[in-house]
Structures are given as structure tokens and as C-alpha cells.
Design a protein. Sequence first.
Length: 244
Amino acid sequence: MPTVLITGATAGIGEASVRAFADAGWHVVATGRRADRLATLAGERVHTLAFDIRDEAARDAALDGLPAPFSEIDLLINNAGLALGLEPAQKASLDNWRTMIDTNVTALVSITHKLLPGLVGRKGGIINLSSVAATYPYPGGNVYGATKAFVRQFTLNLRADLIGTGVRVTSIEPGMVETEFTLVRTGSQEASDKVYAGVNPMTAEDIAETMLWVATLPPHFAVNTLELMPVNQANGPFAVQREG
């Protein structure tokens, strides 16, 4: 059975992905910061590792100690990431910007670099969680959208470099998915509920099943980018500011 490593596995899309891949017979390495939540996922097919994805020393110690049959990773799912704040750029917190860059960009690049030689050796795959924010700017999206645009372009550049190795790399770019995403971003459950009210948004399970589909396609078939939205969401008209 193949082995997948999923970052950010303690909630939302990451947690749903752990369950989907384990149910499909994969061995799963589930990583995240919250050990108590990881404990609820652990099982015969799921090995958990608690560390902050930004802490390279802790990450390396955890990954280097993986037992068989979890030690040889066939698929990396870079799911860990977050958005912080909705303020316009001129009022945004620089600390929030740094946290998003450190998590969504630097940590993603670093773990990819660490696992890439093994993925090449096993003709494995990488699935990166980007966002429709990579393509469609919106007020308050400033650095979050920029990090997701990086993830998308990094994915495509990996595809260019990895041609001939058999390694597939996909950027999954969801729109509205009802998870803890908005709660983390705003710190308010009420605000989160308002965002998704009446929209019939996608679920974490929807995205997890999509990633499982991508991962189990025939090996000659590559999905470069995949943009997903609920039916009740679409890109809108350009904003226009009129003088007067």
C-alpha cells in the first residue's frame, strides 16, 4: 500500500484527507501542531507526528524517526496553511503577514525540498493546497492571496523541473469550503457563520475526495491545476472607484 504524508491534519481539509486516504487503504502520516487532535486520528493505518510545520528541526527529527511501513512517502499533501486578518494592506499587521509567509510558503517549500529525493525515487506525487485567491484578488486578501499565488506557481515550476521523473504535481485551488478557516482568520465563530450562511459551500470531505481522485489517476495522467467552487460562488465584476 502507498503512503501519504498530510500536513495540517488536525482540522478541516487535512483531517478529512487523513480519513479519506486511510479508508481507501493508504498508510497515512498525519502531521500538525495539536497533539490532542492527532490522537483521535491515530490507528493501524495512520501514524501521527506533532510538530509546528515552521520548525524545521522538530520536523526533521519527527520524519527521520518514522517507522516502517510509514517511512517511505509516496505522496506529499501540502495542506498546512492559514489566513490572518481582513484589513486592507495599509492597516494590516506585519506579524500576520510574516506568519502567513512562514507557514504557507517557507514551510511548504522546505518540507517539499526534504521529501523530493524520495518522491523522485518512488515516482510519487505532490498535491499542494492553493486557493482561488491565487487567481482572483479581493480586498483584504493581500498577503494571503500572494502566498497562494506562490503555491500555484511553485507547483507549475515543479512540474517543469520534474518532467521525465514520473512525479506528478497538482495545485488544488478551492473556493468556499466550510472549515475552521474563517474562524482562525477572524477569531469569531459568528463571523465565520455569516460567511457561509445560505451559500451551500463545499465541505472538507469534498476536497479530500478530490485529492484522492487526483492521487489515484493512472500514472501517465497529470492534473496541473484544479479550481473548485460551490455553485453559489463565482468571480465577480471589476471594482470601479468613481471620482466625484
